[in-house]
Design a protein around this ligand. Structure first.
Ligand code: 3PG
Length: 331
């Protein structure tokens, strides 16, 4: 009889602690220097708490030390463009997963993550419509001379070049069709059949894209291969009145060469959602043909925040409950 009770007690203790570790003990940090809309945070909270986990918030922080303190005892982190480097991984002793609620993950040190046994994911496609809508807005703003009252031009019939045909590029093509633009794309990683299925002309070299198109919209990620790749020689291929729209990353632009080009070509306009390091110089030199948003706002819509934020929370729950590593981006 006594042995029966001992076995029963061991079984009970095991079940209790197992349940506890699987449910209540996961702590998820939402660390967003640029915060999500409240409605998105509410959705993230529901997803996390329904799984039996705890959500802690670090929004609008101004110093890295706040992030280092907040990550100390968390098991998962949801971020946006927040920098997650080796120092953060060193400080986060219980960390198992980081989800970048968005597309680009150049802000996460993937090697350090792998060394620390941390899984890194993104949420591809969730904010792409928002970014694409901003691209079209920026194109109208540029062709209508920054709404300064002078006579501008129309998008209809203009040649649009989409540099990289991923989720954002595809959405740009879809919306640009409504403006009756002629659409071209270059993407060495996307088969021409996929591009042409959308009634977009797939060009075979990056030079051809820039040579053909009145407006080029950048959608390449920042990688060692693409950094500084948008340079004088490439941009100088664009026809008279060329417009470059950048909602991708500032690092892909060779800023010194873009400045030289705009000095040499008074017809050229640069519109960006990622403020260049040399913003003051651009403002001083290129009044009327340069514009930058003060803070990256392509994905800054309630809808994109909800889509990307809840997808990130869902991926974390799936990771802990079902070992699901779909969307993992590190080795
Ligand atoms: C992305 O990579 O998803 C976009 O650049 C949006 O970034 P953000 O979440 O920092 O606005």
């Amino acid at each position: 009889m006594t042995l029966y009770w001992v076995i029963y007690l061991i079984y009970f203790v095991e079940v209790f602690f197992n349940l506890k570790s699987k449910t209540t003990e996961m702590k998820i940090l939402l660390a967003t220097e640029k915060p999500f809309a409240k409605v998105a945070v509410d959705g993230i909270r529901t997803e996390i708490e329904n799984a039996g986990y705890e959500l802690v918030l670090l929004e609008k922080y101004s110093d890295k030390s706040q992030l280092l303190e907040a990550v100390k005892d968390v098991n998962a982190i949801i971020i946006r463009s927040d920098i997650i480097d080796a120092e953060v991984f060193n400080a986060a002793h219980d960390l198992k997963i980081v989800v970048r609620a968005g597309a680009g993950y150049d802000n996460v040190d993937l090697e350090a993550a792998t060394q620390h046994g941390v899984c890194v994911m993104n949420t591809p496609g969730q904010n792409s419509n928002a970014v694409a809508e901003l691209v079209l807005g920026m194109m109208v703003y540029a062709t209508r001379n920054f709404f300064n009252g002078t006579s501008g031009t129309e998008l209809k019939g203009k040649k649009l070049g989409i540099h990289a045909y991923g989720n954002v590029g595809r959405n740009v093509a879809r919306i640009a069709k409504g403006f009756e633009m002629e659409i071209y794309a270059f993407d060495p990683f996307c088969p021409a059949e996929i591009i042409e299925k959308d009634d977009v002309v797939a060009v075979t070299s990056v030079e051809e894209l820039y040579k053909l198109c009145d407006i080029v919209s950048l959608h390449i990620p920042a990688t060692p291969e693409t950094k500084n790749s948008i340079n004088y020689a490439l941009l100088n291929q664009m026809p008279k009145g060329g417009i470059l729209v950048n909602t991708a990353r500032k690092e892909v632009i060779n800023e010194d060469e873009l400045i030289s080009l705009m000095e040499d070509r008074s017809d050229f306009k640069y519109i960006t959602d990622i403020m260049p390091a040399a913003n003051a110089k651009f403002v001083e030199l290129f009044s009327g043909r340069y514009f930058s948003t003060p803070k990256k706002m392509g994905a800054q819509t309630a809808e994109a925040n909800i889509n990307a934020g809840i997808a990130a929370a869902h991926q974390i729950v799936e990771f802990f409950k079902n070992n699901c590593e779909k969307y993992r981006v590190n080795k």
